[in-house]
Structure formats: structure tokens, C-alpha cells
Design a protein around this ligand. Structure first.
Ligand code: EPU
Length: 426
């Protein structure tokens, strides 16, 4: 068992690097299967969701060769239309991109249903609606999804009933090889949607409109490999921004696309922190009191739901009462009970958390209940007085590259420790 131990109270100072974006890296790895050639992917984050994605595609015949810690060559020419092992697919939500990739390439696929963080019900009805619109027959039974066509998919018009990042990306990945043109309306506009479309366009696809709510994909069989670098992770950047403000520190956060973090910067400024933008970096610093604010999570370009738990830690330290209004997930507030152990004063009523600021958080033993909740505990531990211990850190390692060393390098007293399992005898 591993845990993170933090002796809190140090202000973070210095320069910190942001890694490539998890939620772009994962679909791009699966999109390589749709391309069916040799691709080199750079700026990959070292996180377990990337490792699992690579394991999944190698289980069906892709050849993986690491060129460096952050770049990998993926040869998917010999991928076969087999099913990937369920225990791998169940480990992560993003494994559903395998369905789009295999459907586009082979015209049918049978796969286990995806796992991922427990944030409440996370249906994939919009993905299924898109696959059906493209001409597939879809059956979901006994934890499996079976998607079949007689002779491949055909372009179609798809109007999503809700803004779905996964549904939008999965449809793009499937439709690049469809016969004819696909038009997605009410598409998600997240930067990772644009990154996946850019990657596929480098491989010869014809995708226009990514980044707007209408995306057009003209299908082609003429795809080829390319070299592509993943964009920086805006959520990791936002996490560092909050950590700087929460510890009254000053962090130069490098490898950032400032436009992607506008919503986060705006809230930090509203709370009284200083955010200075450079071409590919932001400098965040804070001293003194933080003002309370209201935050409402929304699809991009709104405030990201994946920053809800981290931002809530900062609201705990504000001088007054703030509100966190969650509009994407029904169960995003599982971190609240953990923060309460650290002295937070939070009341949750349905999808709104009312957060009464406290002078200081106090150290405690807490759990990472999901990925973003887990990293919120790290920020809380950095800001708190005393020693905080965080259990179940595998959640954090699904999405944060080398987080303890990155924080240690800017002054945090933070360590990952391995606790021997008492039931294992050697
Ligand atoms: N939804 C449906 N039906 C669908 C798809 C989505 O009702 O078929 C609903 C969801 O239940 C949710 C909302 O639509 O209420 C948004 O879901 P979306 O499809 O946009 O999310 P996702 O693709 O499952 C990705 C990220 C999440 C991130 C969301 C929102 C991956 C692998 N996951 O999830 O990332 O929160 O987009 O930006 O890309 C994380 O990184 O910690 C994380 C949870």
C-alpha cells in the first residue's frame, strides 16, 4: 500500500512544469488504432491511465516502443478485431474510445464497459446514439457492449442531447473512416476535443469545426501515421495555480496554454490572487486574505468540473462564505467528508456546496476518493498545519505525473511512502 505524507505549511515557490494532458493523451492513444499505421506521440504524461491505455491497445496487437519517458511509437498496423481484456478496460473511463476506434476501422467491436472515477451515474447513451446513427446495431448486456455493422459505418448527422466530451471525441474517432460525411451538433468544445481532431488531421483525416459546437468529419480510408505532441494539461496547470494561492506562495507554472485556463485565472483573480500570463506560462502568487466567491462548473469554456475539488480547498480558506455549484456530475462532492476531517466547514445541498471559510485547515489522515478529490487533499495537506496522510493514492496517480517530486522541487515537504501489506508474508 502506498500513501502520500505531507508536512504542511510551506509556501510553494519556484518553477513547476505541466505535463501533457491526460484527457487528450488517452483518446489519441486509442485514435492510433483507428489510423492503423505508425504514429509517434510526444509529451505523454507518465500516469497510470496512459500505461493502461497502452496495455489495452497492445493486448489487441499494437506494438509499443518507448522512445523516451514521454514519447512513444505506436504501430497499430497489425491490430486485430479482438476484444481487449475486461480487467484492463474496467480500470478506466477513457477505454470507451477503443469502441469508436475499432468500429471505424473494422466495422464492429465487442468490448467491456468502461470504469473510471465514481462521480455518480456516467451513462454512455450519447455514444451509443452516435454509433447507431452511423449505422451500427448496439447491444449492451452483462457488462459488455456489442457494436455491429454489416459493412462498416456511414456518415450521419448527430445531435447530442447533452454536451459530452467523451461522446464527441468517440464519434470523431469512429467517423474519420466512415463512408461520407458526419456532422456533430451540440459538440463539446474542450481543448482536448481540438487536440484529438488536430492529431487525426495530421494523419490525413478531414475534420473541421473542432472547438465549436458543430464539427464536420468527411470520412476517408486514406489515413497515415504522423508525429504529434499532446497539449499541456490545463487541469494540472489549474491544480498548481490553486496550490500556489492556497500556500501563499508564488509559482511560475510552465508549459501552459493561458487561454485554456482563463476560467480558472478569472476566479483566482476574483478571490484576490495575482495571475500574470506569459506566452506559455502563468505566474500565480498570493498573500493575505482571499475573498469568497461563487463558482459554477460548466462545459468549456466555463469553469471545469475537474477543478471543483481543488478550487473548493481554496474556498475553505477564504474570508467568508462561498458557493460551489456542480452542474456536470451528480456525485462530485465525495471529497467534502474528507475535507471536513481537516476542519473544513462545508454544507452540501444537492449539487451546491456552501463553504464557510476557516482560518486554517488542520492535518488529518484522509482518502483520495477519486482523482481530482485526491489531488484536492494534496493541496489541503500542503496548506494545513501538521502532518497529513493520504490513502488510496492510486487514484491520484491515474492522472498526475510525478506529483510528489514536482511539489517537493518547489518547497513542499511531501513524500510517497510504501507501507508493507501486513497480510503478505515473504
Ligand atoms: N453524459 C450522458 N450520456 C453520455 C455521456 C455523458 O448523460 O453518453 C453526461 C455525463 O453523465 C455527465 C455529462 O454528460 O453528466 C458530461 O460527461 P462527458 O461525457 O463530458 O464526460 P466524460 O467524457 O465521461 C471526460 C473526462 C472527465 C471530465 C469530463 C468533463 C475523460 C476520460 N474523462 O469525461 O475527466 O470530468 O470529460 O470535462 O476524458 C477527470 O479527468 O478527472 C475526469 C473525470
Amino acid at each position: 500500500m502506498e500513501k502520500i505524507v505531507i508536512d504542511g505549511g510551506n509556501a510553494l515557490h519556484g518553477r513547476i512544469e505541466v505535463s501533457g494532458m491526460k484527457n487528450a493523451a488517452v483518446p489519441i492513444i486509442f485514435a492510433c488504432v483507428a489510423v492503423g499505421d505508425i504514429c509517434v506521440i510526444e509529451n505523454l504524461p507518465c500516469i497510470s491511465d496512459v500505461e493502461t491505455s497502452l496495455e489495452i491497445i497492445s493486448s489487441i496487437g499494437a506494438r509499443i516502443r518507448y522512445l523516451s519517458e514521454n514519447s512513444v511509437e505506436i504501430d497499430s498496423r497489425d491490430v486485430s478485431p479482438a476484444s481487449a481484456p475486461c480487467e484492463l478496460v474496467n480500470k478506466m473511463r477513457g477505454s470507451y474510445y477503443l469502441i469508436g476506434a475499432m468500429l471505424g476501422r473494422f466495422g464492429s467491436v465487442m468490448a467491456g464497459l468502461p470504469g473510471g472515477c465514481d462521480l455518480g451515474a456516467r451513462p454512455i447513451d450519447q455514444h451509443i446514439k452516435a454509433f447507431e446513427a452511423l449505422g451500427a446495431e448496439v447491444t449492451v448486456d452483462g457488462g459488455f457492449i456489442d457494436v455491429q455493422t454489416k459493412s462498416g459505418i456511414t456518415g450521419a448527422g448527430i445531435y447530442f442531447d447533452c454536451v459530452t466530451v467523451g461522446g464527441t471525441i468517440n464519434t470523431i474517432i469512429a467517423a474519420v473512416r466512415a463512408k461520407g460525411t458526419t456532422i456533430i451538433e451540440n459538440a463539446a468544445r474542450e481543448p482536448h476535443v481540438v487536440d484529438v481532431a488536430n492529431f487525426l488531421n495530421y494523419c490525413g483525416a478531414n475534420i473541421t469545426g473542432a472547438g465549436t459546437d458543430t464539427i464536420k468529419i468527411k470520412g476517408t480510408e486514406d489515413l497515415h501515421g504522423c508525429s504529434y505532441a499532446i497539449i499541456p494539461d490545463m487541469i494540472e496547470a489549474g491544480t498548481f495555480m490553486i496550490a500556489a494561492a492556497a500556500t501563499h506562495g508564488r509559482l511560475y507554472i510552465n508549459n501552459v496554454i493561458p487561454k485554456h485556463i482563463d476560467a480558472i485565472s478569472a476566479k483566482l483573480v476574483e478571490m484576490g490572487a495575482s495571475v500574470e500570463e506569459f506566452d506559455d506560462a502563468v505566474l500565480v502568487s498570493h498573500k493575505g486574505a482571499l475573498s469568497p466567491v461563487t463558482i459554477k462548473t460548466m462545459p468549456y469554456p466555463g469553469f471545469p468540473t475537474d477543478m471543483n475539488p481543488q478550487a473548493a480547498v481554496l474556498l475553505c480558506l477564504a474570508n467568508g462564505t462561498s458557493r460551489m455549484h456542480e452542474t456536470i456530475y451528480e456525485n462530485r462532492f465525495r471529497y467534502v467528508e474528507e475535507l471536513k476531517r481537516m476542519g473544513a466547514n462545508i454544507r452540501v445541498d444537492k449539487n451546491i456546496a456552501t463553504i464557510m471559510g476557516v482560518d486554517q485547515l488542520s492535518a488529518a489522515t484522509v482518502r483520495a476518493v477519486d482523482l481530482r478529490a485526491g489531488v484536492a487533499m494534496v493541496i489541503a495537506g500542503l496548506a494545513a498545519r501538521g502532518r497529513t496522510e493520504i490513502d488510496d493514492i492510486y487514484h491520484i496517480e491515474r492522472g498526475y505525473d510525478n506529483i510528489t517530486n514536482k511539489f517537493k522541487a518547489v518547497g513542499a515537504n511531501i513524500h510517497k511512502v510504501v507501507i508493507p501489506d501486513p497480510f503478505v508474508t515473504i
